[in-house]
Design a protein around this ligand. Structure first.
Ligand SMILES: C[S@@+](CC[C@H](N)C(=O)[O-])C[C@H]1O[C@@H](n2cnc3c(N)ncnc32)[C@H](O)[C@@H]1O
Length: 213
């Protein structure tokens, strides 16, 4: 037992229901339940979600009555462009759920991170994204990133959670809590039949960062 106001929020997260937030048909859509639990734990007054997809984070914020600014490349906002961060913030809580490189392709906009032709270009864009978010994070704010590792058809296994931490530490952020391993109940590799032999990845990882003081 801890004094946590959200005792079910632990390093292993396995709620199988996603809540009525966002659109479950949107590719890469995530459960709103984890976002809700993080917001109940950290109690931010302002939230920013620059890659909102189907609006899951925004819907959770609406329910909790927390002002939330949300954008996406689908609506013309490039979260990797520092100019788009001028005059906004600071935010108490930033939620980012970026593409897992090209595991799923979202739009044909050339600025879409999921269209990055190489891993090094993806990581360059990811670095810009993290640095931009760090700049508009309040001094006591939290940056929560949901990311997954995956096996790429050319590059092989891509440890994107490792790169997330490396890039955040490089942006003068430190990890604020344990990794939250989110069991992916709907992961396609859990029920598809594959010819090749590999160890299926059935989770992604939520990492929470804060500014180094
Ligand atoms: C994993 S999805 C987010 C899904 C969202 N969490 C939901 O529940 O619907 C990643 C999103 O990042 C967006 N995206 C990719 N590159 C972007 C960029 N450079 N700037 C802003 N959004 C971007 C994609 O359009 C996609 O909606």
């Amino acid at each position: 037992m801890t004094g946590s106001p959200v005792p079910w929020l632990t390093s292993l997260y396995h709620k199988s229901w996603r809540g009525n937030y966002g659109d479950s048909r949107y590719p890469g859509n995530c459960s709103g339940e984890l976002i809700k639990d993080l917001l109940l734990y950290f109690r931010p007054k302002t939230v920013f979600d620059p890659m909102t997809g189907s609006g899951t984070c925004r819907d959770v914020c609406d329910e909790l009555d927390i002002p939330c600014k949300s954008h996406d490349i689908r609506f013309g906002f490039d979260a990797c462009d520092p100019k788009n961060y001028e005059g906004i913030g600071p935010f108490d809580f930033i939620w980012i759920h970026p593409p897992y490189w090209r595991q799923k392709e979202y739009t044909d906009d050339l600025r879409d991170m999921s269209g990055a032709p190489t891993l090094s270009y993806f990581l360059h864009r990811y670095q810009e994204l993290i640095e931009n978010c760090a700049k508009v994070l309040a001094d006591d704010g939290k940056l929560a990133i949901l990311m997954g590792d995956y096996s790429d058809r050319e590059a092989g296994f891509v440890p994107l959670t490792f790169h997330t931490k490396r890039l955040c530490f490089g942006a003068r952020l430190r990890q604020a809590s344990t990794d939250i391993i989110r069991f992916s109940h709907g992961a396609s590799s859990s029920h598809k039949v594959y010819r090749s032999s590999f160890i299926p990845g059935l989770h992604d990882t939520c990492m929470v960062f804060e500014k180094v003081r």
